[in-house]
Each structure stands twice: as C-alpha cells, then as structure tokens.
Design a protein around this ligand. Structure first.
Ligand code: T4K
Length: 372
C-alpha cells in the first residue's frame, strides 16, 4: 500500500442531490420563512414519523438538546440518573446540564450496552431515571430495563442517537421507554448537517416539548416553562426531507460493507465484532472491531496508527470512557473496578470506516490494512 492513496475517513455525510436541494432553497427564498415551525419543518416531522414508524416526534437543531430537553419535559429536577460510560460524552453532559447526577454502571460485552443487572444494583433512594444508549445502533435489553424501571418507578430516556431506523420484530425501537432521542449530525447514518429529534408517546407531551424547544412559549404572550431554543431551521429541514428519499439505499450500501468486513474478520485471529441479534433491522452506522493484542499480535493503537499511515482513518469510538473525563472522573461510580467491561471495550475498540459511499476498492484496501 502507498500513502499516496486517497484518504478514507471513518464516515462521509449523506448529501441530497444538489439540484433538488437548490429547488427547495428557492422555495425557502421565495417564502422568506426561515425558521420557527415553517412549512419544511412541518413536512419533515410528518415524513420522519412515517418513515420511522412513530407517532410523536419533534425535530431539534442538534442531538444534544433533545436529551437535555427530555429530562426537563419529564420534570426531573433533582437526583441521580443511571447511565453508561460507553457512549459519546453528550449523553452524560445532558444529565449534568440538568443538575442531575450521572451514575455510571458497566455494560454487557455482547452489545456494549448498559447491563440491566448492574442497573438494579446501582439504584438508590435518589435514583430518578435511567439513560441507556443503543450504542452503534445495537438495541438495549429493553424488556429487562422496563421491568426494573417499573419496579422502582423510574423514567427511561433512551439515547438513540445511533439508532435511526432500527427496528425490532418490525417495530421501531424509538417507541421504547418514556422518550427516545436521535442525532442527525453530519457523521450519522441519516443527517441534516446538524440536527436531532425527541420521540415521545402522547400528543400532550409533544406539545410540551414543542413549547420547550421554543423558549417555553405557549402562544404569543405566555411562557409556561424555562425553555430553550432548540428549533430546527427550514434549510436543514429541507435537507432532511431530501435525505429521507435515499436513506434506505444508503443503509443497504452500509450493510454490504458490513458483510464484507465480517467475512474478512472471521478469518483473522484476535479480531472480533459485535454479533447481530435476531429479528433486528440494523442501520450499520458504525463497524466497531475489538483487538485482542495477545492473539492479534499488535495493540489496537498500533493498528489505528498503521491504518492512518496508509491514509485510512478509523476512530476509537468510544475511547476514553466518559467516566474518565475531568468533570466525572472522581465520581465513586467512575472507579475502574466498577466498569471492567466498558474499560476493556474502550481499550480494544476501533471503528473501521463505514459509510454509504465506500467503494469495493476502498473496502479491499481497508481489509488489506487490518490483515496481519
Ligand atoms: N448521543 C450519542 C450517543 C452520540 O453519539 C452523539 C453524537 C450525541 C448524543 C449528540 O448528538 P449531536 O449533538 O452531535 O447531534 C462526532 C459527532 O460530532 C457527534 O455527533 C457524534 N455523536 C460523535 C460520535 O461523533 P467527532 O468529534 O468524532 O467528529 P469529527 O468532526 O471528528 O468527524 C468524524 C469524521 O467524520 C471525520 O473524520 C470526517 C467525517 N466528517 C465529519 C464532518 C463534521 C465529514 O466527512 N464531514 C463532516 O462535515 O464527533
């Protein structure tokens, strides 16, 4: 391999056809309506609800604000929220921004998701909610999480940032828990440049969330809650509306890459990947592999550097663990002995490039790169 070969990045954004987008931009220019629940915003919410198979969805300007707003909408003002350290840092930050206390529990080695058994052990009289993450789009064990939540009267907020379009037994996993959130960041399977959404289960709650993302206004003159500005503008709603038309093809292209990777990695000693659960429609947002240094021969970091030297840019999502970052590292639940599985996964993981536009030649180059 030569370093003069093209750069292959971990992901590449899904972009609408430029002519189609220009036409939508022209309509926005003509209407002079740029934000605040405009026509594209309304169309986008409707089309998303249909595509995802959910009833109530509210789109936001990114994927972090729906998490922050979810905790507000559920009226959680004080207490502890049990969560996973194996995620992007926004998950924990959203708890902190609500002045709630994150409590980390370990994950399951088979999925990387929060371990329900460890949730139960971490519940105290101060626990008010659970915030699991469907990491890499792998569905959490919602049945066990539900039972625990009901038994202890806790709210469940699923961070489904990675789970766009993921279905279990034909139904959207976004219907689980009290609420779920999505991210439409440029690096995600489905993007609106920046964007996100909050999914809830009643018209009343959607109304409350719509008000919260608009400063808490109800009508023109009444402010019913200390809301925030989380509104998605018309340009990004139009972008999202167009991307919906090509999302299935993009997921199919990712699926093909995943199959090629699996076939190759099955033959490499010391490398593994997350095994799929049955009856799930995945979105193939990420392709994490785990490097067992003793059997593979070199460390995860050495493989990461070796690929980089060949212009192949994987990413160590999710290393370091959130619980090791400055704001959280001194929490008792952040202690390494509390999180052995998450710690091991974070030390071994490398996400290989995964997106809809990878060519067969790219895939071959990446596979050659990971071969010993
Ligand atoms: N919850 C979870 C579980 C999440 O994973 C995230 C976000 C959130 C909540 C919060 O959602 P948002 O508020 O972000 O909507 C990225 C993303 O910024 C972030 O959205 C994402 N998770 C996280 C896992 O990854 P970085 O720092 O890795 O992004 P960056 O800029 O290094 O980009 C990665 C690669 O993507 C680049 O090598 C090239 C490619 N890229 C990136 C951008 C921005 C492009 O090709 N085009 C682009 O425009 O954080």
């Amino acid at each position: 391999m030569k370093t003069s070969e093209n750069k292959i990045l971990v992901t590449s954004p899904l972009l609408p056809d430029l002519q189609d987008f220009n036409e939508y931009l022209r309509q926005i220019w003509d209407s002079k309506w740029l934000t605040n629940n405009g026509s594209f915003h309304q169309q986008f919410e409707k089309a998303l609800a249909e595509y995802l198979g959910v009833e109530y969805i509210s789109v936001f300007t990114n994927g972090t604000l729906p998490l922050i707003t979810a905790l507000q909408a559920l009226g959680l003002k004080k207490g502890e929220v049990i969560t996973t350290p194996y995620s992007f840092v926004a998950t924990t930050h959203s708890i902190w921004w609500n002045q709630l206390k994150p409590v980390f529990v370990d994950v399951e080695p088979t999925t990387g998701n929060i371990d329900p058994e460890k949730i139960e052990a971490a519940i105290t009289e101060n626990t008010v909610a659970i915030m699991p993450v469907h990491v890499y789009g792998q569905p959490c064990d919602n049945e066990r999480i539900d039972v625990i939540a009901k038994r202890h009267n806790l709210k469940v907020i699923y961070d489904a940032a990675h789970a766009f379009g993921v279905r279990k037994e034909g139904k959207s996993i976004l219907e689980w828990g009290d609420v779920s959130t999505l991210s439409f960041h440029a690096t995600k399977v489905f993007g609106t440049i920046e964007g996100g959404a909050l999914i809830c289960h009643s018209a009343e709650m959607k109304h409350q969330i719509d008000n919260l993302k608009n400063f808490g206004f109800r009508g023109e003159t009444v402010v019913e809650a200390p809301g925030i500005n989380g509104k998605m503008d018309e340009v990004r709603a139009a972008f999202g509306l167009l991307n919906l038309k090509q999302i299935d093809a993009a997921i199919e292209a990712r699926h093909n890459v995943a199959m090629r990777y699996r076939e190759a990695i099955d033959k490499i000693e010391g490398l593994s990947y997350l095994v799929e659960q049955s009856d799930i429609r995945y979105n193939y947002g990420y392709f994490p592999i785990f490097v067992d240094e003793t059997r593979y021969g070199i460390s995860r970091d050495a493989l990461y550097e070796k690929l980089k030297a060949n212009n192949i840019f994987g990413r160590r999502y999710f290393y370091p663990l959130i619980s090791t970052f400055e704001p959280y590292k001194d929490f008792p639940s952040a202690a390494l002995e509390n999180l052995p599985i998450a710690t091991k996964m974070a030390e071994q993981v490398l996400c290989l490039p995964m997106h809809h536009a990878l060519s067969e030649e790219d895939v071959k180059r990446i596979i050659r790169g990971v071969l010993k």
